[in-house]
Ligand binder design. Structure first.
Ligand code: URA
Length: 241
């Protein structure tokens, strides 16, 4: 369903990606180029179809967003490092693996990002959670911070900034900037649906950040909504209009 003008834009992103060797840049590795990863797992794509459906109830929408966010964690955390340990099964000792002391932080961008947090914490329950609140200045249309509370040791953590819709990229880029200003270094952005405009903006401002999404959609409409997208994620999560 991509219109031609957006096909060109998407091609640009794909060309850019093809120059980045897979795994060359781990999540937020300082100095490395980040990646744009569209996670096309069938379960994620099936559930994404359900959240796109305008007839999906608030209850189901909420549950599905958490489930998709949880499923995305598998890919988002794929490059975490492991260390070998010894454990004792009922039958004797064996070598096994343990995450090698990695500390993580999930940072939802208020308010829609909240809809993804529980799903992620189900998989990484020891992650700390920071919050970033931004509103759009009606004159400049640029995001302005109204709340930012991050874990004190943010510089030691792998940080997952979460926002279901990567639309213009203005909020996501500003949220990443806030995390960096507080010392965050290894940052990934996790969204359910991204527009090429948003991907370009975040890549332009934060080229080392990995961007994970379940879909790269066609374009933004005149109101900044992703087309086809799923509508207003915050309203659909919280039942507001
Ligand atoms: N935010 C949303 O919730 N939906 C969009 O399509 C764009 C921004």
């Amino acid at each position: 369903f991509l219109e031609d003008r957006y096909r060109v834009r998407l091609q640009k992103i794909q060309d850019y990606e093809s120059r980045v060797s897979p795994g060359a840049a781990g999540p937020g590795k300082a100095g490395g180029l980040g990646r744009v990863l569209v996670i096309d797992h069938p379960l994620i794509q099936h559930k994404l179809g359900l959240v796109r459906d305008k007839n999906t109830s608030v209850k189901d929408f909420r549950e599905l967003v958490q489930e998709i966010a949880g499923l995305m964690v598998y890919e988002v955390t794929r490059s975490l490092s492991l260390e070998e340990i010894e454990v004792h099964t009922p039958l004797g000792p064996t070598k096994a693996f343990s995450l090698s002391g990695k500390k993580m932080a999930v940072v939802p961008v208020l308010r829609a990002g909240l809809g993804m947090v529980e799903g992620i914490l189900r998989l990484i329950p020891n992650a700390k959670v920071g919050h970033i609140g931004l509103y759009r200045d009606p004159h400049t249309l640029e995001p302005v911070e109204y709340y930012c509370k991050l874990p004190g040791d943010i510089e030691d953590r792998d940080i997952y900034v979460v926002d279901p819709m990567l639309a213009t990229g203005g909020s996501a880029a500003a949220a990443i900037e806030l995390v960096k200003r507080q010392g965050g270094k290894r940052i990934s952005l996790v969204s359910l649906i991204a527009a090429p405009e948003g991907v370009e903006r975040v890549r332009g401002q934060h080229p080392e950040v990995d961007i994970f999404t379940a879909a790269l959609d066609s374009h933004l409409n005149d109101h900044g909504y992703i087309v086809p997208g799923l509508g207003d994620a915050g309203d659909r999560l919280f039942g507001t209009k």
